[in-house]
Write a protein of this length. Sequence first.
Length: 325
Amino acid sequence: MKKTILILLIGLTTTTFADNLITKRVDSHAPISIMNDHNHTKSEIMTSYRLMTMTMDGNIQGNNDITMTDITNTNYMMAPQSMTMTMHMIGIMYGLTKQTTLMAMSSYQEKDMTMINKMNQSSNSRTTGLSDLKLSALQTISKTDKQSWIAHIGLSLPIGSIDETDDNNRLAYPMQLGSGTVDVVLGTTYTKFIKSFSLGSQISNIIRTGKNKHQYRLGHSFSVITWLAKPITNNWSISLRLTRLSNEDINGSDSSLNTMMSPTTSTNTGNVIYTTGIGSNIKFSKQYLKGARLAIELTKPISQNVNGIQMKNKYSYTIGYQQAF
């Protein structure tokens, strides 16, 4: 962690530049699910909308499937059956200087979960609302017509609710809309451009600070992403990516939650998940759509190893539209 922070601080204070820019390439942006991957020229603005849906179905203990009957035959009164999370993400990026880009992003979330009790009866819970607000700065370390190296640093501000209830009982951690804490986001992205394709890699940390008003904080997370993008034409590219995401356990606990109700009330939220994704990106060149991009990506886990019992990720997809001015 200390080495990562040192690299980022060096990157934020030492930059080199070249006149040849790579922004005209259709694969100059990472797959649409990846944030903080590119910067903009001075005074350039880019707005974006992303629709992301993630589906979970069934449960896993360690790296093995566990049935709902196995869960309810223990001390747990209920078992999670399925969950869907949909996010409507709105973002804006602004080129403050040739080297520095500012970004803000917020989202509206919809979460739905189905539970099964010991008598095999189902119940549903739903939460909706704004998530935490993310503010960040992207700093170019090096940029030529063959490569781009960017560092980012930001804050996630606790706008999302952590007070969501059902029948006047506070819902478990996965159904809350925010973290309740100010979180620090650090990362760096490197992209290598070759004539017929590009390779990219990003590392990113989310560092949680303090504890929220319910006396817990979500676990720190660390992700490593690599991707390969192939331009098919000047305006269309396809991509393949691999992600390793690790999350730590929740620190502290919400004392209002009954830990025997369901595995979702447990603070054993640590995990390591590998996912693969395929995507497509279209860059429009017609005058009335100049600066616009339309992209889609579908991701699916290939390996999941969790602490305790957690819901099993099935797949997610992201559709995004970006418009530069």
